[in-house]
Ligand binder design. Structure first.
Ligand SMILES: Cc1cc2nc3c(=O)[nH]c(=O)nc-3n(C[C@H](O)[C@H](O)[C@H](O)COP(=O)(O)OP(=O)(O)OC[C@H]3O[C@@H](n4cnc5c(N)ncnc54)[C@H](O)[C@@H]3O)c2cc1C
Length: 511
């Protein structure tokens, strides 16, 4: 194990000049000007894919405290908003309390490059770095992105894994001006398509389109030759989407920048370090872009690594262990939160067809948060959803009667699964959901238990929408807030929960 020399100059190679590598170089050089930090970037200084990056206000304190570069970049060049808008079936639903900001990735990278250079890091563009060329460095940071070659080179040590989403996405831009984060859902002649759009400057917005594989193939969008060299965009897809969404963006243009369809890969690595090589940013982990956290995670890794090098001068092994111990828990939390969000995007076509706009928007907004927590952020949105339910059903969600066959139930919460429902065990693995739902017998209600919270919900939804059967979600740990979220969002018709039942029995009754 090479050892960093305490108090002496250490030579550090950052392989990759994305947000992770550049921020790391800045932080290390600012703290330790005597260290030598070289950033190797195979592309030119202003070649970049995609259009913008979005950040949630709530999550940026750590980054702003470490260095104001992002705060200044967002304030001077970015756009800020508070509401999310969902457009579907001719309606626009808005949900507040979602403070976010975005800016162009190119602008962010230019500012991070400037900052790193000012701090004294050496930036070598147009330079593809290979591990074998980096012998003289004490520390090699693999910040070489989601397809990290360094991670692959030591795959038997890092043990990387990748889960591939079934949905397809393409990253475009537009000269249409969005007010803030906007989701546009459209059922076209070949299937469902949805846009994640947001402004990144006063001229351009990001326009990411998602669809399912069947719609993608039906629309003939699978014809692009992926062997085309980087930089070549899929113009046929651009034209198709321009036509499909043209009216929704007032005839404005869609823009391309190395834009082609892909499936999102959620990546993890069992280990992040080996001798003097360490993974950082997308090379170590990715989380679905719908939670807008990839750049933030890469920058937070950089903070953790530079702090660990400071805390353990002269002991690289201890520093890298401390880095991993600090950075991993936050990454795990984000990846856990991203899972239901990614799943939502894998199934949005079914929700599009099953729900009216008010319930569709609530289902979307509650994909990884309960009604109670969402209400603290966006009381008007949740209250409007509750009013809409009450208008249709004449009672609050958990107290809305339901007839299932011969059984007239006074409300939506049961103490346990009733004997008249068919018990169905949800699988551990999402890939087995379809087979389990297909095996459910026709007629009668279904009580879904077991599996994971996500697979239970998916089985329940598919039983409701796909099979047209009443679904009972069985989970003794669901409290009344979680039970309300399940019913109001249409994820199940009933819940069976010991916790929710006792909370409802203990609640003071209105006189
Ligand atoms: C469609 C989509 C939308 C996204 N939207 C958001 C968003 O809104 N908000 C957000 O925070 N994140 C978003 N992300 C994620 C974000 O882009 C990444 O998480 C972030 O860029 C990770 O930074 P990084 O520095 O780890 O890697 P990267 O930004 O990927 O940088 C890695 C760099 O390494 C270089 N490189 C690779 N190998 C070598 C080599 N051998 N030698 C030299 N250079 C090399 C590459 O050219 C690249 O510049 C999105 C991702 C996708 C796919």
């Amino acid at each position: 194990m090479p050892r960093a020399r305490g108090g002496m100059s250490v030579r550090i190679a950052c392989v990759g000049g994305g947000p992770g590598g550049l921020f790391l170089a800045t932080l290390i050089k600012r703290a330790r000007p005597e260290h030598e930090v070289v950033v190797f970037e195979r592309n030119g200084a202003d070649d970049t894919f995609g259009f913008g990056v979005v950040f949630s206000d709530r999550t940026l304190d750590g980054i702003h405290d470490a260095d104001p570069v992002l705060r200044h970049a967002l304030a001077e060049h970015g756009r800020h908003w508070d509401e999310i808008e969902v457009r579907i079936k001719g309606e626009r639903l808005r949900c507040g309390g979602n403070g976010m900001a975005a800016l162009s990735r190119r602008t962010l990278l230019a500012l991070l490059q400037e900052r790193a250079r000012e701090a004294g890091a050496e930036l070598r563009f147009g330079t593809e770095a290979q591990l074998d060329d980096l012998d003289g460095f004490d520390l090699i940071v693999a910040c070489d992105g989601a397809n990290s070659r360094i991670r692959q080179r030591y795959a038997e040590i890092f043990e990387p894994s990748a889960e591939t989403a079934t949905a397809k996405f393409i990253w475009l831009g537009t000269d249409y001006q969005f007010d803030g984060l906007t989701f546009i859902h459209e059922r076209g002649p070949h299937g469902v398509f949805a846009v994640h759009g947001y402004p990144i400057s006063d001229k351009v917005g990001t326009f990411i389109v998602e669809t399912d594989e069947a719609s993608w193939r039906a629309a003939g969008l699978d014809g692009f030759d992926p062997a085309q060299p980087p930089g070549v965009s899929d113009l046929k897809s651009r034209d198709y989407l321009q036509e499909l969404f043209g009216e929704r963006i007032d005839g404005h243009q869609l823009l391309v920048n190395n834009s082609r369809w892909a499936s999102f890969h959620t990546r993890r690595a069992r280990r992040w370090r080996h001798a003097n090589v360490v993974l950082l940013g997308d090379a170590a982990h990715t989380a679905h872009f719908s939670v807008g956290s990839g750049t933030k995670m890469a920058m937070e890794d950089a903070i953790a690594l530079s702090a660990a090098l400071e805390t353990h001068p002269g002991d690289l092994d201890a520093a890298l262990a401390a880095y991993e111990a600090t950075a991993r828990p936050a990454v795990d939390r984000i990846q856990d939160a991203a899972r239901p969000s990614l799943s939502w995007w894998e199934h949005f076509g079914a929700y599009h067809d099953a729900f009216e706009p008010w319930q569709f928007a609530f289902h979307f907004m509650s994909r990884s948060i309960t009604a109670g927590r969402l209400r603290r952020r966006a009381p008007e949105f949740v209250d409007a959803t509750l009013r809409e339910w009450q208008r249709r059903h004449g009672a609050p969600p958990l107290h809305t009667p339901l007839r299932v066959g011969d059984h007239l139930l006074p409300g939506r919460v049961l103490a346990g699964p009733p004997e008249w429902a068919t018990p169905v065990a949800a699988p551990q693995d999402e890939r087995d959901v379809a087979a389990i739902v297909a095996a459910v017998p026709d007629g009668g209600a279904v009580a879904v238990h077991g599996g994971t919270p996500l697979t239970r919900t998916l089985v329940s939804e598919r039983v409701r929408f796909g099979r047209g059967l009443p679904a009972i979600l069985v989970d003794d740990d669901l409290d009344t807030d979680a039970a309300l979220t399940v019913i109001l969002s249409g994820r199940a018709d009933l819940v069976a929960s010991a916790t929710a039942t006792s909370e409802m029995n203990d609640a003071p009754t209105a006189r």
